[in-house]
Design a protein around this ligand. Structure first.
Ligand code: ZN
Length: 178
């Protein structure tokens, strides 16, 4: 599969990430592709699903297993907009995924090269890694989302002017004791 195909399929993952953002979810999207055909789709639904497992990659892998009728995705590639976390990298290894193609790196939780590269450890399966595909678009989607979230929080948390009756002496000190 060449670079142009990777660009195209990452575009589908980006569209799914935008669906997550529309729900107020951190925008991460993923697709599983087998021989040029999408067999699984997913996007982050942790908030709406109230579930720590509701990551884009797990949803896409889950759908791919159902579509293909088996747990071995040994002819499949996974495209995801953000570098997979430890849980999802584990699922990628367990599902025998051929390749993982990701966009933006995740220095806080990424386990395909950032915090650690789990695929480099001597597990029973070693997926190939491709990083940085449409990374700027993937990262921009995330940074725009967090920017909007922060400004929304600022609006809802607009501090009210302290009135003379406000017992300022009861407020926590603003300076650190260290
Ligand atoms: Zn994950």
């Amino acid at each position: 599969m060449n670079k142009k195909d990777d660009f195209y399929f990452m575009g589908l993952a980006l569209e799914l990430a935008k669906q997550a953002a529309a729900l107020g979810e951190v925008p991460v999207g993923a697709v599983v592709v087998r021989e040029g055909e999408v067999v699984g789709r997913g996007y982050n639904r942790r908030e709406t699903g109230k579930n720590a497992l509701a990551h884009a990659e797990l949803a896409a892998i889950d759908e791919a297993c159902r579509t293909l009728g088996g747990w071995r995705l040994w002819q499949c590639d996974l495209y995801v907009t953000l570098e997979p976390c430890p849980m999802c990298t584990g699922a990628i290894i367990n599902s025998r995924m051929v390749r993982v193609v990701y966009g933006a790196s995740d220095p806080k939780a990424g386990c395909c090269g950032s915090v650690i590269d789990l695929t480099a450890l001597p597990f029973n399966h070693k997926p190939q890694l491709v990083s940085g595909v449409r990374a700027e678009e993937c990262a921009a989607l995330l940074s725009d989302f967090f920017k909007t979230l922060r400004s929304a929080r600022r609006q809802t948390e607009t501090p009210t002017e302290p009135t003379p009756s406000t017992p300022l002496s009861n407020m926590p000190p603003t300076t650190s004791k260290n």
